[in-house]
Design a protein around this ligand. Structure first.
Ligand code: MRU
Length: 354
């Protein structure tokens, strides 16, 4: 089973099938979800995670709700309630609100045009499927555009999981890795394990192993020493939300890696689809950063790794300032500093930057 082809999110006639990422790599379990509340719980509990994958899942959650409510007189109100319930499950990944808003737009259009409940449900399911398919195409494009940014025979460092599992398929930063490997540009990938939930160790290593891409798993604290030894040529990372000025919210640890990359004069590259940009936020200071339970730090898989009652902080994301970023690779083109003008131009005139 090659992850590029794993359908970790699959929707079929009123049932959403999700590969449970909490149990990887030991166990491959698929959950079957039939109502939007279970979809919300699956996002919150990280059965599925990664900004684009969360957006796609929420879109299917909206489709399940539409199936349940389209015949009710208060359909629109129920859908607005559903949308609000889904959006709050993970506050940092803006792809979630982006996908849910797109679904709401389609529902409002259907209601305004007096479409039948049946045709609204069909249209809503098609919209979710389109969000899913578009993300796969966007990732492939990001990979192909970004790969040439890496020098020949690069050893690249990454963190968290930005691969097939975090997207509709192929991945963003890991899409660049995949395309670079296919093109013969890549030597190996240093995968930061990514405490506390180990998305790097459990998920990225799993994907790379199945694609036969050479990787070395490292503890997060090994990153600086490898850079000092000259063993890393670039860092590639994903994004959960990108502000108007190019500040990037991403997995906790991204900021630290960006500081290390800067100290060692290495390119720090962000890869994200345009659905990750939030033009309503002027800078990273405005991005809501999710705080997760302290137990994720004090325990692993239910086993205590700290004394009882240990006080722990568990911010899930941090903000990397635009000044640390060499390039942001999107499906519509590569952005270079100064990012504020480049982002405005990209989202206004996509063709101009290709
Ligand atoms: O908490 P997670 O696992 O959802 O965090 C994921 C990340 O930070 C990813 O880098 C980001 O969502 C981009 S995934 C293409």
């Amino acid at each position: 089973m090659r992850p590029m082809h794993v359908q970790h999110i699959r929707y079929e006639a009123g049932v959403l099938f999700l590969l449970d990422q909490r149990q990887l790599p030991q166990t491959v379990t698929v959950r079957e979800l039939r109502d939007w509340r279970s979809v919300g719980q699956a996002i919150e509990n990280m059965v599925v995670r990664g900004a684009p994958a969360i957006g796609i899942t929420a879109a299917y959650g909206m489709a399940l709700a539409a199936r349940a409510y389209a015949w009710q007189p208060d359909f629109l109100v129920r859908m607005m309630h559903t949308a609000a319930g889904l959006v709050k499950t993970r506050p940092t990944a803006v792809n979630l609100a982006w996908a849910v808003n797109r679904m709401m737009d389609r529902i409002r259009r259907g209601i305004a045009a007096h479409e039948s409940p049946e045709s609204i449900v069909t249209a809503v399911e098609q919209t979710a499927a389109a969000i899913h398919a578009d993300d796969v195409s966007a990732c492939r494009r990001i990979g192909d555009l970004g790969a040439p940014l890496l020098a020949e025979q690069s050893s690249v460092m990454t963190l968290c999981n930005t691969g097939s599992l975090a997207t509709g398929g192929y991945g963003t930063a890991l899409g660049i890795v995949r395309s670079a490997w296919r093109d013969g540009r890549l030597r190996q990938v240093f995968v930061c394990e990514t405490r506390p939930l180990l998305q790097g160790a459990r998920l990225t290593a799993w994907e790379l192993a199945q694609d036969g891409i050479p990787y070395v798993l490292i503890t997060d604290s090994t990153a600086g020493d490898l850079m000092r030894r000259g063993e890393v040529q670039a860092v590639v990372a994903g994004a959960d939300r990108i502000a108007r000025n190019g500040d990037v919210a991403n997995k906790i640890g991204t900021y630290g890696l960006s500081v290390l990359a800067r100290a060692h004069e290495l390119p720090f590259i962000i890869a994200a689809p345009t659905s990750t940009f939030d033009l309503q936020q002027a800078s990273g200071a405005e991005i809501p950063l999710e705080q997760r339970a302290a137990s994720e730090v004090t325990e692993f898989h239910g086993v205590a790794v700290a004394p009882e009652h240990a006080v722990a902080a568990n911010p899930s994301f941090d903000v990397t300032p635009a000044a640390h970023i060499a390039a942001i690779v999107t499906e519509r083109g590569i952005l270079r500093p100064p990012f504020d003008d480049a982002i405005a131009a990209l989202l206004r005139e996509p063709e101009a930057l290709r």
